[in-house]
Design a protein around this ligand. Structure first.
Ligand SMILES: Nc1ncnc2c1ncn2[C@@H]1O[C@H](COP(=O)(O)OP(=O)(O)OP(=O)(O)O)[C@@H](O)[C@H]1O
Length: 603
């Protein structure tokens, strides 16, 4: 079954990247309102601490001025000992430093807690929306795409949240406080600094923004390299068997080279920051020192004022730099929020109708009535399919690859909806039932025989949550899996490994079958469920299934036609329609497509 759908995928991925400025800002506000506000108390604590930090920081310059003036007095000829007021001042500076570090710690802790809690909510909602949403959406993007969006977007939101929470209040309050004290101490020098500062540090701030953009691109490329590596290691068997080592090495090398190229750009920009700071800072210092020397000589200012102002600048400078890059970080966070909301807000196309009823104690009759269906990319899969299957009946769906067999299961499970016609269970359209109850009445063994990274017992029990070990063993026996499970190290507690990689294809299939059996659902859907079994195991499974399927409706898809010989009815699909229908003997006698397929397999 194909799982690509380029149109949807483009719609999902590209639109989000094109989010414009106002939309981003809107998403950012929405993020704050909906996701951060529930954790407001943490941010209130954080802001309180930020205010304390800012006041302590802003007082630095002024305290420094007073101390320097005290020291100047001390240097005078008539002073014999250090006055207690100076000791007090020095002590207060120490106290301000302690207060600042403590409140800084409290602020970081509180804001981090608030942001992390909001992030957990966002991730959980995003994941829930994807898992509960349309199957079509999940299969529209490669799984790695969603994974990297999860990680990158959440990181961008976390950065923006933390920077806004930590820097905004602290930065703004510190800068205001520092400016006030600077103006009180020496308004002329303060004015000059306000003019010089943007000229000196402007290039650094714009460089900082460029570094951030380039880092982002480099980060994205890390995701691509990670996908490539994981794909490569997962497909190690094919790589070896086809001698693709050189091909893979080439792909990986290109990824590494691109990565180092992007990082080099980031590092080159970063490397320029310090020299620029050095030269502009040095020049500014020279100018200010010369000016101050001239002003002190003129009696226009004092050494205390000068040291106080410079001390205040030193405290405010990092805050100003942080505020300068805040907008860029917030924009990135906004863009990420935009993409996250796009996922969270997506309305499922397939949802329960308001009057949907629960399908309980279903008998399990199935009917397709003139069903037409096309996948979202336009592939016409079913073109007027009609057939039915009754409880107790085993109906096989056979036909050439791409004929629409797996699609029948997709529609029966209501993973997709037909364009026209009806898919019916127990005489009613499947849309009349709640999706959950419909799926509770079906048990699917999919082509991929997918297992989760858990124990064998847990994997079987997923068919019916809360099943007892005895029930698990019973299902395993019915799927002819019990004996081999006992032979595994750990038996039922043996780990299956990621995607079930600790087990063979046939073993995986039998565990998937046991999972379907334990579900005790009235409709059993087997999509190539025994294709990886040897003839003997398959015969055993068939015998066990025959017993199990007695009063259920079983639909079997199989390419190996020996598997379906004994089905009550065989429906031959071709190009999305029923081409023939009957028992194995009827169809052989008729000498149509089925007979051709059988002969092809025998030859
Ligand atoms: N997710 C999908 N998106 C788009 N087209 C799809 C998708 N899945 C299947 N198709 C297309 O629908 C048609 C029917 O596919 P389906 O998987 O039902 O065939 P099948 O008979 O089960 O094939 P096979 O025996 O190879 O598994 C094919 O043309 C296929 O390319």
């Amino acid at each position: 079954m194909r799982t690509g759908c380029s149109t949807l995928k483009r719609a999902l991925i590209i639109t989000s990247d094109m989010a414009s400025g106002p939309e981003r800002t809107h998403s950012l506000f929405r993020l704050i309102k909906e996701r951060f506000r529930p954790h407001l108390r943490w941010f209130v604590i954080g802001t309180g601490c930020a205010a304390v930090t800012a006041v302590a920081a802003a007082s630095y310059g002024y305290l420094l001025k007073l101390v320097v003036e005290g020291l100047e007095d001390l240097a005078g000829p008539q002073t014999a000992s250090v006055p207690s007021s100076l000791w007090w001042l020095i002590g207060i500076i120490g106290l301000a430093a302690a207060l600042r570090s403590l409140s800084l710690y409290g602020m970081t802790l509180a804001n981090n807690t608030g942001v992390q809690r909001a992030i957990v909510d966002i991730q959980a909602d995003q994941f829930a929306s994807l898992t509960e949403g349309d199957f079509a959406r999940l299969s529209a993007d490669r799984s790695g795409g969603f994974v990297s969006r999860f990680i990158n977007d959440v990181n961008a939101i976390r950065d923006a949240g933390l920077r806004l929470a930590n820097n905004l209040t602290k930065g703004v309050l510190t800068v205001i406080g520092v400016l006030i004290t600077m103006f009180i101490m020496d308004w002329k020098l303060t004015l000059i600094l306000l003019l010089v500062y943007p000229i000196a540090f402007g290039p650094v701030i714009s460089l900082g923004n460029r570094v951030r953009k380039r880092s982002k691109r480099a980060q994205k490329q890390i995701g691509e390299v990670a996908s490539l590596l994981s794909e490569s290691f997962q497909s190690a068997r094919v790589v070896k068997a086809y001698g693709l080592e050189e091909y893979q090495k080439g792909r990986a090398k290109r990824g590494f080279v691109e990565r180092s190229r992007l990082f080099l750009k980031v590092l080159t920009d970063r490397a320029a920051v310090d020299p620029i700071l050095e030269i502009t800072g040095g020049l500014a210092l020279v100018g200010i020192l010369a000016l101050t020397a001239w002003r002190i000589a003129d009696g226009d200012t004092s050494l205390g004022n000068f040291v106080g102002v410079i001390g205040a600048v030193a405290v405010a400078a990092p805050e100003v730099r942080a505020l300068g890059t805040l907008n860029a970080v917030a924009q990135e966070g906004g863009a990420a929020a935009d993409r996250v909301f796009e996922i969270i807000d997506a309305e499922p196309q397939i949802k329960d109708r308001a009057d949907a009823r629960t399908l309980e104690n279903a008998r399990g009759s199935v009917e397709f009535r003139d069903v037409h269906f096309a996948y979202p990319d336009g592939s016409q899969a079913l073109k007027g399919l009609s057939f039915s299957a009754s409880p107790g009946e085993t109906v096989a769906l056979v036909g050439p690859s791409g004929a629409g067999k797996s699609t029948v299961f997709n529609l029966l499970l209501r993973l997709y909806e037909p364009v026209s016609g009806s898919v019916m269970v127990d005489g009613s359209d499947v849309r009349a039932y709640t999706g959950a109850s419909l799926r509770r009445s079906t048990a699917l063994v999919a082509q991929e025989a997918l297992l989760f990274d858990d124990t064998v017992a847990a994997n079987i029990a997923l068919g019916r949550m809360g099943a007892s070990l005895e029930e698990i063993k019973g299902a395993a026996r019915a799927a002819s899996a019990h004996d081999f499970i006992l032979g595994l190290p750990g038996g039922y507690e043996a780990p299956c490994g990621e995607m079930g990689r600790n087990l063979s294809g046939g073993q995986r299939q039998r565990i998937s079958l046991a999972r379907a059996i334990i579900r005790q659902a009235p409709i059993l859907l087997l999509d190539e469920a025994t294709s990886a079994l040897d003839a003997e195991s398959e015969a055993k499974v068939q015998a066990a299934l025959a017993e199990y399927a007695k009063d259920r409706t079983t639909l079997v898809i199989a390419h190996r036609l020996s598997t379906v010989r004994s089905a009550d009815r065989i429906i031959v699909l071709d190009d999305g329609r029923v081409a023939e229908e009957g028992t194995h003997h009827d169809l052989i006698r008729e000498g149509g497509l089925y007979k051709q397929l059988v002969e092809l397999q025998l030859s």
